[in-house]
Design a protein around this ligand. Sequence first.
Ligand SMILES: [Fe+2]
Length: 169
Amino acid sequence: MLSDHKTDGYAKLSEQTFSRYARIVNPVLRTFAIEHTAMTVSFMTMIALRRNLDFESARIAALLHDAGKFDLNEGSARHAAAGALRAEELLSESGCFSQSQIDSICEAIRLHSSKDQIDSPLAEALKDADVLASWAVHPDDPLSQVRQKRLEKTCAELNIPLQTPSAKK
Ligand SMILES: [Fe+2]
């Protein structure tokens, strides 16, 4: 039941994170930051429930996963590692989380670009949620083989039809 899940830490960080992203000056980047982050949190919520993962850690990992990109302007190559450091700072400052929870969230963020390898259940869930979030916004964009495999596996797991509304036209 959703009422059994702890969400206080998430609620605090969510308010802070979306407020920061709402102040991104470039309108295209601002919309992308908010839309992609909200979408990743949504898919991560479904995956966490399906795979019985720590609900709060899963949602926070999704919330902060691209902080390296959106808070620090890091490009693709460095954004995961930079985002993990940024998340560590934000989670420690909040005072809401145990060190082991912080470590597992930051590890998932640090590894989330490595879509071709298998890591912890939390990191795997984050990679899958990230792939689904990008696909949901741009369903017709071509995907690498690794991303396509993750997309198909996770859609089957969540019972989401892969045929998008645009493909049905
Ligand atoms: Fe992402």
